[in-house]
Design a protein around this ligand. Structure first.
Ligand code: NI
Length: 403
């Protein structure tokens, strides 16, 4: 199992996407019309710094998140926030400040700052807009994500099942209804080329236009030729988008959100995942039993308030398994939802340390909460959990992955 802790930081900056020795036409193909912004264009960026390492059994922490905020914040303020990146940050003299290059530079600038702690920076993720984000991993792998939206009507059903089977499996979802879908296309490369974006603007623009022309404002069961004879489920639709894009671009995976809190992912070789979110509210206090009051106060800061504090926690479970091509389903959505709700029920509107059994001997840090929650959900769904996220706040995320 791999545990990671992620800290979110915001900054704003301007940037110009242009390579000086490329022609205007080459720049336009690579970066789109924004390349013509003479003095740069602006973005409100959100950066996520992801750490991995062992959890200290005394403190219950992999890394003190306030340390990330402190050290990363200093670099972000000095080199990125409220800057014209091309001129104020020498790193972008030769590499245009695309999301991928900024994510990489944040990683390069930050990784050495944590050489004194056991936790290691393993990835930097950067969101530059709702449509585009990128990740740089410690391994050198980089990813870029493009999001697009479409609205469509459907009946959830499989033409390969009988009417009775469809009614049993999908219930009222077999009635005609609609969703505002949000899809994410992820491209991945192990080779770094500072100038060339991983996917050129003209290629991704043509790809997204073609997908929207095909899917947006359609009745998916009848108006999309490619979907004829396919199950109309979120898993099947994600797989369809994967197959369509893969014919023209080196796609790595697709995520398709039917709602903000429910998605399917399609990877190579018919590999499918399902993700579902479930919130819960609770109070807690961070306090390590073996440390003195002064040590606790210094370590946990405001989280050590003797009277407690609380969070609107959000959990997200991702499950894997055998995709059933006949029904178009990976896992029973209702069973997954029930497993998460039952697992969280004993914690709802409770003080985690005083009113539950799970944190008698370990502080209720995000690391310990996500580790306590994993077996509760996993045992209810036949060990099909592959990833579990816990957001304590939108800024602090704790993740366990099955390796
Ligand atoms: Ni807290």
């Amino acid at each position: 199992m791999l545990l990671t802790v992620s800290k979110r930081l915001e900054f704003s900056a301007s940037r110009r996407l242009r390579v000086s020795y490329w022609s205007d036409a080459e720049n336009l193909r690579a970066f789109g019309p924004e390349t013509n912004a003479r003095y740069g264009s602006g973005r409100n960026y959100v950066a996520y710094f992801v750490f991995t390492g062992p959890v200290d059994p005394t403190t219950g922490m992999l890394i003190n998140i306030s340390e990330i905020k402190e050290r990363a914040g200093k670099i972000v303020r000095a080199r990125f926030d409220h800057k014209f990146l091309n001129e104020d940050n020498s790193s972008f003299r030769d590499a245009p400040p695309t999301a991928e290059n900024i994510a990489r530079q944040l990683y390069v600038d930050l990784a050495p700052l944590f050489s004194d702690v056991e936790a290691k920076l393993c990835a930097c993720h950067l969101t530059e807009s709702p449509e585009c984000s990128a990740t740089h991993y410690a391994s050198g792998v980089r990813e870029v994500n493009y999001w697009f939206e479409f609205s469509a009507a459907r009946r959830t059903m499989s033409p390969r099942l009988s009417a009775d089977e469809n009614a049993r499996l999908f219930g009222s979802a077999t009635l005609t209804h609609g969703h505002n879908y949000r899809a994410r296309l992820t491209f991945r490369s192990e080779r770094f080329d500072g100038k060339d974006p991983l996917v050129h603007y003209d290629a991704i623009d043509a790809c997204l236009r073609a997908l929207c022309a095909e899917l947006d404002h359609r009745y998916l069961n009848e108006e999309v030729i490619g979907l004829k004879d396919r199950p109309i489920t979120t898993e099947s639709l994600a797989g369809y988008i994967y197959e369509r894009v893969k014919t023209t671009l080196p796609l790595h995976r697709v995520r398709l959100h039917e709602r903000d809190d429910f998605f399917a992912e399609a990877w190579e070789g018919n590999t499918v995942f399902l993700g579902l979110q479930e919130p819960f509210h609770a109070a807690h206090r961070l306090q390590a039993a073996t440390l003195s009051d002064a040590e606790n106060s210094k370590l946990y800061g405001k989280c050590n308030n003797p009277r407690g504090h609380g969070h609107a926690y959000l959990t997200e479970a991702t499950v894997a398994g055998e995709y059933d091509a006949r029904s178009g389903t990976l896992y029973d959505f209702v069973a997954l939802k029930n497993a998460m709700a039952e697992s969280l029920e004993p914690w709802r509107d409770r003080h985690l340390d005083l009113e539950t059994e799970d944190f008698r001997d370990a502080p209720s840090t995000g690391e310990n909460i996500v580790r306590a929650l994993w077996p509760k959900i996993d045992n209810r769904i036949a060990q099909r959990l592959v990833r579990l996220h816990l957001w304590e706040t939108p800024n602090n995320r704790f993740t366990l992955r099955r390796m």
